[in-house]
Ligand binder design. Structure first.
Ligand SMILES: *Cc1c(COP(=O)(O)O)cnc(C)c1O
Length: 410
């Protein structure tokens, strides 16, 4: 049979052969499934016959999502979880035990950093952090005899570090270690880490895959041995961070338009980045899609396009940054990324505020660092919104954000 393309798989994989009586994937809002007779129940439990057993480790709607994700990442199997962090925790729990070590770039999502630094430490597992991941020697030095895998997030959130995936997978393989990639920031529409030697791929499906800020979710893609024989029969049963059927359905709906959305995300992001790059109030901009970015060449080798996450440093002080944010009228101020609406975040006053001034400096977070996750609005409206907010910064003028909004909930 002809090999199907990405979009055809994103729309059809796993569905009709399973549920031929519905064009939209049905939501099986059920935790248990009746057996025809005792013989069938025994056969399903013994994995001699396909079938569903209990909602913690299998559900028909979740299965369609898993099959589709495995197909899009060109992996044998996938297992969906209640959040991106649950996926990383489950994988760590399955692969590690007390006394083991792992190697990871320190440019990882804050939740992942805490899981490795605090959570794994509590379980007696040591993380050998690679503090300057651009420096390949540091990776080599970080690998010890007790290492169980090499972990990287590329591009990383929020620093937009891009890892040399082929080089790192070669290094991992030379030590017979699995190579694990968090592919959240690109989605499989822009980068397929299996082509560069990844053995397991993690996603927070909360971001671009679901795509409209409506459901948390995560997934691990890998070999049948890792996913089905290992995780589903093992820790998924006794830990239980399963994905809810409704969230699987929302994520399937997201997949069906993923590559179309990514195209618009990327075009809008490049337009915004080019506008910011030329603006006199912008000190520096970090977006690997720009030719001036140090990761640009590597990005083009590994990704079909750069995605829509970017950050920039505004000229001025903390108050100028908050003035900028409060002046935006179309762009929403929230802690999220990868959704259809453009989101702005100000790490110094929110996600990183607990660090204090010195620690923030050490982590490379400037008080005027601003992060955008560029959405699907009209390019013109985004640029005008940003232009106007920058004018307010220049005039030291303060505007309440979204003057039409007031708190309804609290
Ligand atoms: C958000 C995020 C996670 C965690 O996902 P949740 O769904 O929020 O638990 C992990 N990795 C990356 C790169 C992320 O951006």
């Amino acid at each position: 049979m002809l090999k199907k393309g990405f979009n055809t798989k994103a729309l059809h994989e796993g569905h009709l052969e399973f549920s031929p009586d519905s064009v939209s994937v049905p939501i099986y809002q059920s935790v248990a499934y009746p057996y025809l007779d005792a013989k069938e129940a025994a056969a399903i439990f013994a994995a001699e016959k396909p079938g569903f057993t209990y909602g913690r480790w299998d559900n028909p709607t979740v299965m369609v999502f898993e099959k589709r994700m495995a197909a899009l990442e060109n992996m044998e199997a996938a297992i969906a979880t209640s959040s991106g962090m649950a996926a990383i925790l489950l994988l760590c729990h399955h692969m590690l035990e007390a006394g083991d070590e792992i190697v990871s770039s320190n440019r990882v999502y804050g939740g992942t950093f805490s899981l490795f630094d605090v959570g794994l430490k509590k379980m007696g597992i040591k993380v050998n952090w690679v503090k300057n991941p651009e420096n390949f020697d540091e990776w080599e030095k970080a690998i010890s005899k007790k290492n169980k895998f090499v972990y990287v997030e590329s591009p990383s959130n929020p620093s937009l570090y891009i890892a040399d995936l082929p080089a790192l997978s070669k290094l991992a393989k030379s030590h017979k270690l699995p190579f694990i990639v968090d592919n959240t920031i690109t989605s499989p529409a822009l980068q397929q880490p299996v082509n560069f030697g990844a053995d397991a791929i993690i996603h927070s499906t909360t971001k671009y895959i679901c795509g409209n800020a409506s459901s948390l979710g995560g997934i691990i893609c890998g070999s049948k041995k890792l996913i089905e024989d290992g995780i589903r029969k093992g820790p998924m049963r006794y830990m239980g961070p399963s994905m809810a059927p409704m969230n699987a359905w929302l994520s399937i709906m997201g997949l069906e338009t993923l590559s179309l959305r990514m195209e618009r995300h990327c075009n809008n992001a490049l337009a915004v980045a080019k506008f910011l790059e030329k603006h006199s109030l912008v000190e520096s901009i970090n977006y690997p899609g720009l030719a001036s970015n140090p990761y640009h060449k590597l990005m083009k080798k590994q990704m079909t396009s750069c995605g829509s996450l970017m950050s920039f440093v505004l000229k001025g002080n903390y108050n100028d940054a908050t003035r900028f944010i409060d002046s935006l009228k179309v762009i929403i101020h929230a802690t999220h990324l990868g959704t259809s609406k453009t989101i702005v975040t100000h790490p110094a006053s929110t996600t990183h505020s607990a660090l204090g001034e010195t620690e923030m400096k050490k982590a490379g977070i400037s008080p005027t660092l601003i992060r955008f996750s560029v959405g699907l609005e009209d390019e013109h409206d985004l640029i005008e919104d940003i232009r106007h907010a920058l004018e307010n910064v220049a005039k030291k003028k303060t505007h309440p954000a979204h003057p039409s909004l007031s708190r309804l909930l609290y």
